[in-house]
Structures are given as C-alpha cells and as structure tokens.
Ligand binder design. Structure first.
Ligand code: GLP
Length: 248
C-alpha cells in the first residue's frame, strides 16, 4: 500500500498512531507470554517527527511501554561508546529517554568487536528469541539503501558488517563535520532479516527522495536498489509526502 499524505506531519502522525495502537492492544503482534510487542526502529532525519509524535501520544494516552522491546536496524563502527553521532545516542535522545525505556528493552547490532560474525548471529538470535519483529520502521537512502544495505546487497543478506557507500558517506558528512570524519563501516540488519518482520512501514519525505522512491516502487527488483526488495512483503505500507511522491 502506498499512502501519499498532505504533508510530512500527517504521515508522521499516522505512523505514530499505528505504533501507539500496537502498544495499546497488541493488534498485529504475535502472541507472547508477557503480552509484549517488538518494534524494529530506524534512525535518520525522517524518523525524528515520528518519534516526537509517538512520545506525545504515549504521554497523553498514558500508554504502558514497559513491555515494548526494540531492535534498531544498524549502527556505525568505529565511534566511541556514547558518541552523540551513534545511532544509539540518536535513539536515546529522540525516543528511549523521553519514554523512560530501560537498557534491557533496547537492542542494537553489536559493533564493539568490529561486527564479527558471532555477534551478528547473536543479534539475529535475540530477534528470534523475542518472537520476531512485529512492526519495522524504515527510511530510504538516496541511493536506495534500507538500513545500511547499500546497493549490491543481496536478498538473502543477514546482519553483517558492511562498507558504507560513497553517496551515504557524503550525505552524512555535514553531521560528522566533514567527509573525513564519517565512519567507513556499519553493522546492519540484512535484507532477509528485515523481510522477516511481520509488517514494514517505509517513510520518505521531500523532493530529494522522489527519484529513488520511484525506482524502489516501480523499477526492477534487485541489488541495485535494495529498497525494491521490500515490494515482495505482504504487509508493506509506504508513507510519502507529496514531494516524495512527485515522480510516481
Ligand atoms: C541512514 C540510516 C537509514 C536511513 C537513512 C535515511 O543512512 N542508516 O536507516 O533510512 O539514513 O536518512 P534520512 O532519514 O536522514 O534521509
């Protein structure tokens, strides 16, 4: 399903409301002994408004988030623990601290050992042990990446260490104070890992995403545009503003 919203605020509110109702009554989640739900979370500027809205609705509706477990899509390698540019810090600032999540509720791909195979497998095992991901949020890189599955990523790929694409590093340069400070690598959930989530919610806003949105939704499915793989998922919803939908 593709939903084109009046503006990005409307899209952010729609997605935040959907997550809130998942937290409230677990509809769409697999049944777990503790009645909890599992969210797959994304970073990037696209997600900031979604998390702001979600914090608002959780507070105003007094929702209990103590049984929410989260798995983030990816994390940079080579940054010191607690560096404000890590995705863990982004999530703490925009969602986890405002909602008072405890450390035991949140999970990130382990980059401490440089993303070795054993820790990547352990991350996948933790997702499985939690009963899988009920709803996965995804942004879209200008080069068609999802999480850090850069062009060339295979459909069967799983959590692993990757080398960042030149487009991705350029897009991150401002946030890092220059291209030379942007990490070379990251650990990311794989395409196959992402496709195992029960439902996927992709968000893209602004004219800069229009061309890649068109390729992802209407171009050939394959490694050139990893986001194209998402089209095989039965529970996919794509939320766009008018600018991001302008090439469709
Ligand atoms: C990063 C993240 C992606 C995200 C992308 C888009 O590369 N790893 O998960 O989708 O940025 O970022 P933005 O939302 O800022 O356009």
């Amino acid at each position: 399903m593709i939903q084109v919203h009046e503006n990005r605020a409307a899209a952010e509110a729609a997605v935040a409301r959907e997550i809130a109702s998942l937290i409230r009554d677990g509809s769409g989640a697999v049944e777990r002994p503790n009645g909890g739900i599992v969210l797959g979370l994304a970073t990037g500027s696209t997600m900031v408004g979604v998390y702001r809205e979600l914090v608002d609705v959780v507070r105003s509706d007094r929702l209990d988030v103590s049984k929410v477990t989260t798995f983030n899509l990816d994390e940079y390698t080579g940054l010191p623990l607690g560096d404000p540019r890590t995705f863990r810090s982004f999530m703490a600032a925009h969602l986890f601290e405002p909602l008072g999540f405890s450390e035991s509720q949140v999970h990130f791909p382990d980059v401490r050992a440089g993303g070795d195979l054993a820790s990547a497998r352990e991350f996948e095992d933790r997702i499985a042990a939690a009963g899988g991901i009920d709803l996965q949020l995804l942004g879209l890189g200008r080069n068609g990446h999802i999480a850090f599955n850069e062009p060339g990523a295979l459909h069967a790929s799983r959590t692993r260490l990757i080398e960042l694409d030149a487009v991705t590093r350029n897009d991150a340069a401002a946030a890092f104070g220059g291209l030379e400070h942007v990490p070379q690598g990251a650990v990311t959930m794989g395409v196959a890992t992402i496709l195992e989530a029960r439902s996927l919610r992709v968000l893209a806003f602004g004219e800069a995403k229009a061309a890649i949105v068109e390729r992802a939704l209407h171009g050939p499915v394959g490694p050139e545009v990893p986001a194209s793989y998402l089209r095989s998922h039965a529970e996919l919803a794509v939320h766009l503003d008018r600018a991001a939908a302008s090439a469709l």
